[in-house]
Design a protein around this ligand. Structure first.
Ligand code: MN3
Length: 259
């Protein structure tokens, strides 16, 4: 029997205590700009569509947590990092809906109308993040090509991420996740994220994912990615759970030791 089932703290509460207080509920964050603010790169209807998906994830997350008071105060990120502690009957729902909530919240901030159609320098990273990208990928242009190709070739619904590893000297990594999975579970702190679910590109871009990616590149919020790059350093101290999270065995070093 797993810990999730035997842990009394995570057992469903009686209905009478459930109805008392709804203040714990996760809330749909508003977009940090108007629905049409990213046009022409991403149109109003597509943004409304994303937001409707996000609303549904929040609603389903709250429904899943309704009978589990011990989990109601936890952030979506905590839930994603501790899926092994989640009772089996709501685990899949939490994985999908906490993931959809957390990922869309990041996605809104990964874009900005402020840098749209401004000078070329504004739509590129600067400072330490720029230097780290060049160090890891050779050049910014190559990183851009790699990111776009990875996003274009990812099979099915998912997300594409630039992340900073919590270990391994904080190296940058390009990661794709299936469904609504989040790279935190792999010990990688998200810096930038692109939604490659079909709803991201079937309205305006008529199912042309490469064209959507090309346009998306014009509305990336590099200032936010730079802020998150700096923030990633402190996350290990702030959230010990992140530091303990094992990384996926992707490095050559790991494979040498594992062989
Ligand atoms: Mn979406």
């Amino acid at each position: 029997m797993t810990k999730a089932i035997t842990d009394r703290n995570l057992a469903p509460s009686r209905v009478s205590t459930v109805l008392a207080d709804a203040s714990w509920q996760h809330k749909l964050p508003p977009l940090p700009y108007a629905y049409a603010a990213l046009e022409p790169a991403i149109d109003k209807h597509t943004m409304q569509h994303h937001h409707a998906h996000h609303r549904a994830y929040v609603k389903q997350l709250n429904i899943a947590l309704q009978k589990y008071p011990a989990l109601q105060k936890k952030s979506a990120q905590w839930l994603l990092l501790n899926l092994d502690l989640i009772p089996i009957e709501i685990r899949q729902s939490i994985r999908i809906n906490a993931g959809g909530h957390a990922n869309h919240s990041l996605f809104w901030r990964a874009m900005s109308p402020a840098l749209k159609k401004s000078s070329h320098n504004d739509i590129a990273p600067t400072g330490e993040l720029y230097e780290a990208i060049v160090r890891e990928f050779g050049s910014f242009d190559f990183f851009k090509t790699l990111f776009s190709n990875t996003a274009a070739s990812h099979f099915g619904s998912g997300w594409v991420w630039l992340t900073r590893a919590q270990e391994d000297g904080g190296r940058l990594e390009l990661i794709t996740t299936e469904g609504n999975d989040n790279p935190l579970a792999q010990g990688c702190y998200p810096l930038l994220v692109c939604d490659v679910w079909e709803h991201a590109y079937y309205l305006q871009h008529k199912n042309n994912r490469p064209q959507y990616l090309l346009d998306w590149w014009d509305v990336i919020n590099w200032r936010e990615a730079e802020r998150r790059y700096a923030e990633a350093k402190n996350r290990v101290a702030l959230h010990p759970k992140l530091a303990r999270t094992p990384r996926l065995p992707l490095t050559e070093e790991f494979l040498r030791h594992a062989a």
